[in-house]
Design a protein around this ligand. Structure first.
Ligand SMILES: [Zn+2]
Length: 276
């Protein structure tokens, strides 16, 4: 179900690498991830790519503040894959695999033959993920040209990553599911109130996805106290505010004794329409 990023022919595993019939070949890294990103597609403006941000996200997520979101998503995955056999799950924008490893466990609990993939542009994160999790194949690849054959997937999961109606619709089989997690109205309002004089609430709205039908929209919320110092700063680095906050406000944030804030997520599930 993997396809060659050069010629779009099927890729097959062969002695530590993946090859297509035309002879394009991609080596598995020693940590176990597969780099399918072509050199001319390596440019990315996605700020999440920086090594500093990857480390901040990894360390923050490891502290457990977002575990309730991960557990909720795992429940959704089990529902979507119930009764399937030999299904395919792709976690899009998987980062360092904090969610992915649990998604794979959840998927294999209901479908032991499930093929699980994590996809991201940043290979630093995938290196960490692939070392820790041998049940998922981690791929460095572009989200706009995913290295999967048409209609091979039964479930795509997208946690705070960019989306593409056309590309998701191409890869998903008709009737397949797309689970997205996005910030809901109150998400990080405590942080925003500290940083800005007039903080705004997020607007929670489903994506515009013409090839999909909305199945469900749910919100989950938890009030948390973020520990001072590194946890607060790591969280800040994971947000878009990192790019638009004055150095004065950043200094105040670094000296904050604790941060109380809601975490508020929207989990929106869509289903791929029949072929059109
Ligand atoms: Zn090829």
């Amino acid at each position: 179900m993997l396809r060659c990023p050069v010629c779009h022919q099927p890729l097959s595993p062969s002695q530590g690498c993946y090859r297509c019939p035309k002879g394009h070949s991609f080596d598995l890294a020693s940590s176990g991830y597969l780099n399918l990103l072509l050199p001319n597609k390596r440019h990315s403006s996605h700020p999440g790519d920086s090594r500093e941000m990857i480390l901040a996200r990894r360390d923050f997520l490891a502290r457990g503040y977002y575990d309730f979101l991960r557990e909720f998503l795992c429940g959704q995955i089990e529902e979507c894959l119930a009764g399937q056999s030999g299904s395919t799950l792709i976690d899009i924008g998987c980062g360092e695999g904090y969610y992915t490893q649990s998604f794979t466990l959840a998927a294999k609990a209901v479908d032991p033959g499930c093929h699980c993939y994590g996809l991201d542009l940043a290979k630093d994160g995938l290196k960490t993920a692939a070392k820790r999790d041998k049940d998922t194949l981690y791929l460095v690849a572009s989200l706009g040209d995913m290295p999967f054959s048409d209609q091979c997937a039964n479930l795509l999961v997208n946690v705070f990553a960019p989306y593409s109606d056309e590309e998701f619709a191409r890869v998903l089989a008709p009737g397949g599911y797309l689970i997205t997690a996005v910030p809901a109205e109150n998400h990080l309002f405590g942080l925003k109130s500290f940083l800005y004089e007039k903080p705004y609430y997020n607007i929670l709205a489903p994506y515009d996805l013409p090839h999909f039908t909305l199945v469900s929209q749910q919100v989950i919320e938890k009030q948390v106290t973020i520990s001072p110092g590194q946890d607060i700063y790591n969280l800040f680095q994971m947000t878009p505010y990192f790019w638009k906050t004055s150095s004065h406000a950043v200094e105040r944030l670094k000296n904050l004794e604790q941060l109380d804030t809601p975490l508020h997520f929207g989990i929106i599930v869509y289903r791929r329409n029949s072929l059109d």
